[in-house]
Every structure is written in C-alpha cells, then in structure tokens.
Write a protein that binds this ligand. Structure first.
Ligand code: MG
Ligand code: MG
Ligand code: MG
Length: 307
C-alpha cells in the first residue's frame, strides 16, 4: 500500500504541488508514495498542472489505517478528521508547528521560508535526486503563488534562490510573466459560486477557544471582486452560523497595490481594532501592506484574542 502524501484542506497550489514532489522524491528513494489531495483543484492549481502536463492528485478525505506524510500543514484542523488513526511518517512544511503529535520518530522538514516546495528543493539536493522538468515547473509555480511573486512578507532569499534553480530546470525564462499569468487565472471570480470563492483558500483556527475562520482571495485588482462582494458577505454569514464560528474574516488582497481589504463578520469586531489598530468601517477595513495571512494576520488575531 502506497504512503499517502497530502497537503491541507481546501488545497492551494503549494499543497498540491508539494504532495506531487514529495511523493516523487520519496518513491525514487524507495518508499512507494502517492500524492493525494483533500479537495478539488482551484483554477490556479489546474492552470499549473495543465501547464506542466501533470495529473491532478486523487481526492482523499479519510486516511484511517494508512501511512501518511503531511505537506504544507501540521495542524489537526487542516488534516483529515481521522488522521489520529493513520501513521504519520513525515512532515514537510513552512508554517508554525501545529498540534499534530506522533507516537514514533518521524522525518520532519519544517523551515521558516515562503513555500513548502522551497524546502523540497533542498530535500532533492540533500538526497542527490534530480528534479524532473515538469515537477520543477510546478514547484516554481508554488513558490510564485505562496510568495505572491516574491512580494509577500513571507518571502525569503531561500525562496528566490530555489525559484532561479527551478526555473532553469523547468525551462522557464521569465518568472514575472509566469507569475502574472498565474495570478490572472487566480483572479477570476465570475465562474465560481460565492461559497466556492470563500472556501477557495480558507482556514479555521482555534484562537483562545474562539473558532475563527480566515479566507483569502488574491487578485490583481480589487475592482474584480467588487461585483461579488455582497454575495461573499452573505455567504460569510451562513458559514459563520453553520460552523458555530465566533468570526469569519475574508482577506481581499490586491497584489498590485500590496494591501488587503479585510471583510469582517465577528461577534466582537473590536478584535480587529486590537489586532491592527484600525476600526472597521461598515463591513471592512483596509490594511495597507498586508498580504500574508500566515505572517501578518493570524499572529495579530491570535494575540488579540488571547487578551
Ligand atoms: Mg498552503
Ligand atoms: Mg504553502
Ligand atoms: Mg496562499
């Protein structure tokens, strides 16, 4: 039985491509692995896999009795609900350490860089395994996506260096062009339902006993989301009630203006003031320079909710 390699729920491009890459590397090292995903591809991920001729990973939401490797997360809330009945062989990630624990030693590669595939590039190098051209292209796109074409506060020199190397292997000559092509695909909001848009890049967090959901849409111009803003807000209301959440936030990130309009639906909106020093006007607040949920939003809210 193959070891299952998968990223977080509502998989983004990094969760998909990191799973494909780790499964490739580990299989070549003698551990038969299969990349899977906890959900369907986003338009961006579909674009990336099509571009480099890769197959979409099978969707798997139950892993009881399986051997698994986690990529792009180490939080129980972002893993399959029955992860406790699986055996975790490894974690490859670039987030703060989550709450996953294991009874056995495991192989962990968790680095403070902008993207999981930056870590995986070093894993290939460490084991002396050549990266296939198609997988190098997908890994490159992961980095461009996660670091918002190197603009995000999460981006490190490691990510830039890995991108240059991967671009050479993949035969990509212009990183900016590839990045913009990808973000244009990502910006399209007219084909998906408000629910799909809200969950396209969405994570639930436990913040001092509060269930807080934070979604993000990254677009090349905020005017693109203007026509769907009201329906998104209505959907946030439903999701907040259904899940017994204390708050649902949606980051509408303008990657060219380099800032985020945060849509706010909270039992107590004063947490926004506490977290960012700005109060909510109507249903949202503009956060200049904020592009990263992981580095600029989650830690601020965690502090605010902690008291
Ligand atoms: Mg991710
Ligand atoms: Mg990632
Ligand atoms: Mg992201």
């Amino acid at each position: 039985m193959s070891v299952l390699v998968f990223g977080h729920k509502n998989p983004d491009t990094d969760s998909i491509c990191a799973a494909i890459a780790v499964a490739d590397l580990k299989s070549k090292l003698g551990l038969e692995c299969k990349p899977v995903a906890q959900g369907e591809l986003t338009p961006e991920s579909k674009f990336v896999l099509d571009k480099f001729g890769l197959k979409a990973p099978e969707v798997v939401t139950s892993v009881a009795g399986q051997k698994v490797i986690l990529v792009d997360h180490s939080d129980l809330a972002q893993s399959p609900d029955d992860l406790g009945q699986a055996e975790i062989l490894g974690i490859v990630d670039h987030h703060k350490l989550g709450d996953v624990t294991t009874p056995n030693p495991l192989e962990c590669w968790i680095w403070p860089v902008g993207c999981t595939t930056t870590v995986i590039k070093s894993m290939y190098d460490f084991y002396g395994v050549e990266i296939p051209k198609d997988i190098a292209g997908a890994m490159l796109c992961s980095i461009l996506s996660d670091t918002v074409i190197f603009k995000s506060a999460t981006c490190t020199d490691e990510d830039k260096k890995a991108s240059e190397d991967l671009a050479k292997i993949a035969g990509v000559s212009n990183l900016m062009d590839l990045g913009m092509e990808m973000f244009k695909v990502k910006s399209a909001v007219d084909k998906d339902s408000p629910r799909d848009l809200l969950f396209r890049d969405y994570k639930d967090f436990n913040m001092s006993g509060n269930k807080v959901g934070i979604g993000q849409l990254e677009v090349v111009d905020l005017s693109i989301v203007e026509p769907v803003k009201d329906s998104l807000y209505a959907e946030m209301k439903k999701v907040k009630e259904e899940g017994g959440r204390n708050a649902v936030y949606l980051m509408l990130t303008d990657i060219m203006k380099e800032g985020t309009e945060l849509l706010v639906l909270a039992d107590d909106p004063s947490y926004v003031q506490k977290a960012f020093g700005k109060s909510v006007e109507g249903t949202s607040v503009w956060l200049d320079g904020v592009m990263s949920r992981k580095k600029q939003v989650v830690p601020n809210f965690e502090k605010a909710y902690a008291g």
